[in-house]
Write a new protein. Structure first.
Length: 186
């Protein structure tokens, strides 16, 4: 096994271990680890990305947010490049002071603005992974969410497409756009 495939196997095993016991949204949820695998597959097979660093970051993109792994630990295990991409992909959350007194809708608006600011600052490589992540999450949201929660996710996805230029990854961008248009939610 060459080194690039070896690091992908190592990242997949670590992501599965870290996400063990976590589940995706909705009825009859899948194990959470299926999500980073889906993101890596979309990046590889839809966007044509072959770079092991980017694919490794796709597999590990949620370990900071969802598992509490310090970004430095990702970098120590997989190198600064992977660690840096994972750091870029980890969303900034409002501080308790920023969130204090906000209604759920206001908190959602704040978190959404912060996410979009994060995305605009990302490197093209991180934005490409973010598109694969959003496509995976959007497919799941459309299948498992309803009402205002679903509508807000769709609206946020349109804003993400405004923040990330199409030329970052046309197949991923177009797949998201097509899914949004077929959802009939503006």
């Amino acid at each position: 096994m060459d080194e690039s495939r070896g690091i992908l196997h190592k990242a997949l095993k670590w992501a599965e271990k870290l996400h063990r016991g976590q589940e995706r949204d909705g009825p009859s949820p899948l194990p959470y680890a299926t999500h980073p695998v889906d993101v890596a597959c979309k990046l590889r097979y839809l966007a044509g990305v072959e770079d092991a660093t980017d694919l490794c970051a796709a597999l590990l993109h949620d370990v900071v947010e969802e598992c509490g792994v310090p970004p430095a630990k990702v970098a120590k295990r997989f190198g600064e490049e992977v660690g840096g991409l994972v750091r870029e992909l980890t969303r900034t959350e409002p501080t308790p002071d920023e969130a204090s007194g906000l209604t759920p809708e206001q908190l959602w608006e704040l978190r959404s603005r912060m996410l979009l600011d994060d995305i605009r600052r990302m490197s093209v490589r991180a934005q490409r992974i973010k598109l694969a992540d959003r496509l995976s999450n959007l497919e799941a949201a459309l299948a498992t969410r309803s009402g205002e929660k679903r509508d807000r996710y769709v609206r946020q996805s349109y804003l993400i497409l405004e923040a990330i230029p199409r030329d970052v990854a046309p197949p991923l961008w177009d797949a998201i756009r097509s899914l949004l248009e077929s959802s009939n939610i503006a």
